[in-house]
Design a protein around this ligand. Structure first.
Ligand code: UDP
Ligand code: MG
Length: 320
């Protein structure tokens, strides 16, 4: 028997939930027909919804014993929902998906095929279009991926999504990252493993409204940059060096300008010394920043390495 856990974070999703449930059960029944060894559990997370989401969970749990749920005491955000779902899932495979059917359950059979023989550890969708999204939002989204991939060691594929079909091994690796400021796109990528990206056209939310405002997304992207890069801490050093170089340029330029005009050389000295002082200060701040960056990495207590396979896995696979 192989258990697939479907983790669904929900915030005010009363309108789509019945449709989502119908769709996911249809797809999983189809998969069970083709692979009789499969079992399913649906693990819904109520992220402090203010509508009837929790009541719908209860109704579903009453009529279907595959349905499990966790209801948060308040809204903790989607990232916490994903974490709670992964932590409490029991499956050999775990799927993370949105409730609004923007992550079509119809992908699951194909995703399972990629993952089941160990060819891949994770199958995920990648948006190749951003239809139904405003031009400004797309522009900033692209800009975010550009900046992120420049300044961070963790590569994040443009259009990557939180719709993931993962092996237990990958889920356990993700859970080893116990940081509280969670940026899933970065975490999924940081843990590595073989990932199959399946291109697809963006679909619009079936009902209800998105809970992301532009401002919310902006804050979230800063969160991502801060969680996966210490580059901003190095900015002070660059500015400091720039300021020091400027003071030297002013001193040299002053020699020529004061020779051909009646501006006194001491004026150049006083301007240059201002730049020199702030340059030294900025450099020192930057050095502090470097140590802080190292401390930041320590505090997060991320695993030092993650093994993809060992001889034990290999032996149990070939049945030795
Ligand atoms: N969500 C959540 N907590 C929140 C916000 C959203 O659990 O605070 C869930 C939401 O119910 C949905 C998924 O996260 O299942 C994606 O949210 P949404 O569709 O609003 O985001 P978008 O698709 O616009 O990025
Ligand atoms: Mg959505």
């Amino acid at each position: 028997m192989k258990l697939i856990s479907v983790v669904v974070p929900c915030y005010n999703e009363q309108e789509v939930l019945p449709m989502f449930y119908e769709e996911i059960t249809k797809v999983s029944d189809g998969m069970k027909e083709e692979h009789p060894e499969l079992e399913f559990e649906y693990l819904f997370i109520n992220d402090g919804s203010k509508d009837r989401t929790l009541e719908i969970f209860r109704e579903l749990a009453k009529k279907d014993k595959r349905v499990r749920y966790i209801s948060f005491s308040r809204n903790f955000g989607k990232e916490s929902g994903i974490y709670a779902g992964l932590k409490n899932s029991k499956g050999d495979y775990v799927v993370v998906m949105d409730a609004d059917l923007q992550h079509p359950p119809a992908f699951l059979p194909e995703m399972y095929n990629y993952v089941k023989d160990g060819e891949y550890d994770c199958a995920t969708t990648r948006r190749v279009s951003r239809t139904g999204e405003s031009k400004i939002r797309s522009f900033f989204a692209r800009l975010f991926y550009k900046i992120m991939n420049k300044i961070s060691d963790t590569e994040i594929v443009d259009g990557a999504q939180d719709f993931r079909f993962m092996t237990r091994q990958m889920v356990d690796a993700i859970l080893e990252m116990s940081e509280c400021n969670r940026f899933s796109k970065g975490i999924f990528s940081w843990v590595g493993f073989k990932v199959k990206y399946m291109p697809y056209e963006n679909v619009e939310r079936l009902a209800g409204t998105t809970s992301w405002s532009f401002w919310g997304l902006f804050k979230y992207s800063l969160e991502g940059i801060m969680a996966f890069s210490t580059f901003p801490l190095a900015v002070a050093i660059f500015l400091g060096i720039l300021s020091l170089m400027l003071s030297v340029i002013i001193l040299i330029a002053g020699i020529f300008v004061s020779a051909v005009s009646d501006i006194k050389y001491r004026w150049f000295i006083s301007v240059a010394s201002t730049f020199a002082t702030s340059g030294v200060q900025l450099c020192c701040t930057g050095i502090l920043g470097q140590y802080m960056g190292k401390m930041y990495r320590e505090v997060k207590k991320r695993p030092i390495y993650i093994a993809g396979e060992t001889d034990e896995d290999f032996r149990s696979k070939i049945g030795e």
